[in-house]
Design a binder for this molecule. Structure first.
Ligand SMILES: NC(=O)c1ccc[n+]([C@@H]2O[C@H](COP(=O)([O-])OP(=O)(O)OC[C@H]3O[C@@H](n4cnc5c(N)ncnc54)[C@H](O)[C@@H]3O)[C@@H](O)[C@H]2O)c1
Length: 317
């Protein structure tokens, strides 16, 4: 049985990834500092079930704590790493750029350094569609230039990719960088649009709509994302970058209508100007991930939001 270190294990994508790894008979060593970017109670609830499994262990440690993380590597024979811990969220990164770089870049460097020291076989890094910035060419391909990130979050993710590439080159490490496109689904982050809109509309409160409703996001269902992550984990590429998206961008107005339909309630909408850091469209070309990872997203936005809203009603109302 292989042992996988998962950072950000109590988060949205992390907890879902750990759950799937355990089902696939991996031993999972989770790391999360349970910070209060959103409620630590929500994060603990995310891992409530898997914590009962003897194949799962959670360390409450900060990835910037070199000695703390080194101890975890020393105590567990780690075969592979899935590095998901990060300050996520575009807009707050404009307020706290130093924190974003500290966690997302220095934290990643510490993990790469220890992965090198402990001879880890494969390192999977969570990057983001935001590295494409205001890319005009759609769909976004891994070969497109990514030189114009428009938020500190996005440039911290691009910097993470660069340091991953350097470590792969210098130390013959296998590294895959996965560019996730707006991930949603059960346990979805409470600071993201799917959750915020669902929450406010269900309570009869007004939602802020930034822009005229035509901006588009390539929403990707959590179960498809975790399949892609485990696909990369099991392949051991020297260095590759993959888009993990749904390749079906949805206009904001349509997205709101899907929520209205599922809740049986009309949204009260307040229009606001587009916010700094936000891009007009994300749209993934997923041909490479399909070919090399066997990635094949199965859940469209209608099915996915239905499942998300069922989860929301059970857990949050
Ligand atoms: N959700 C998306 O749509 C999306 C899109 C693109 C990229 N990503 C990336 O995927 C990863 C997971 O995102 P998520 O949506 O699950 O976010 P999340 O906030 O739910 O999960 C991140 C987890 O990392 C932990 N963490 C943060 N800083 C830490 C630190 N210093 N030490 C230890 N743990 C720390 C947090 O407590 C949290 O549980 C992140 O790297 C994020 O940037 C997410």
């Amino acid at each position: 049985m292989k042992t996988i270190l998962v950072t950000g294990a109590a988060g949205f994508i992390g907890s879902s990834t750990c759950e799937k790894l355990i089902k696939k008979k991996y031993i999972v060593v989770g790391v999360d500092n349970l910070n209060d970017y959103y409620s630590p109670k929500v994060k603990l609830r995310n891992v409530n079930e898997i914590k009962k499994d003897p194949k799962f262990r959670l360390y409450q440690t900060d990835i910037r704590d070199f000695n703390g993380i080194e101890k975890i590597f020393a105590q567990n024979k780690i075969d592979k790493v899935i590095h998901l811990a990060a300050r996520a969220g575009v807009r707050p990164s404009l307020e706290q750029p130093r924190l974003y770089f500290d966690v997302n870049v220095n934290g990643t460097l510490i993990l790469l350094e220890l992965a090198k020291e402990f001879k880890v076989k494969n390192f999977v890094f969570a990057s983001s569609s935001s590295v494409y910035g205001e890319n005009k060419k759609v769909p976004f391909s891994e070969e497109d230039l990514t030189e114009d990130q428009i938020s500190p979050y996005a440039s911290s993710k691009k910097s993470g990719e660069l340091i991953c590439r350097t470590y792969s080159h210098l130390f013959n490490m296998n590294v895959s960088c996965l560019r996730f496109f707006t991930v949603y689904g059960p346990r979805g982050r409470p600071d993201m649009a799917p959750f915020i809109f669902t929450d406010l509309i269900s309570k009869g409160r007004t939602i802020d709509m930034y822009g005229d409703g035509t901006s588009k996001r390539d929403y990707t269902y959590i179960d498809d994302i975790t399949d892609g992550i485990i696909g990369a984990l099991e392949k051991d590429f020297r260095f590759e970058i993959f888009n993990l998206g749904n390749s079906d961008p949805i206009p904001l107005k349509n997205f709101i209508s899907i929520i209205e339909k599922n809740l049986g309630k009309k949204a009260k909408i307040k229009k606001k100007p587009m916010q700094q850091g936000d891009v007009l469209i994300t749209y993934a070309d997923i041909a490479k991930a399909k070919k090399m990872l066997g990635y094949n997203p199965k859940t469209d936005i209608e099915q996915g939001m239905k499942k998300f809203i069922e989860w929301y009603k059970k857990n949050n109302s």
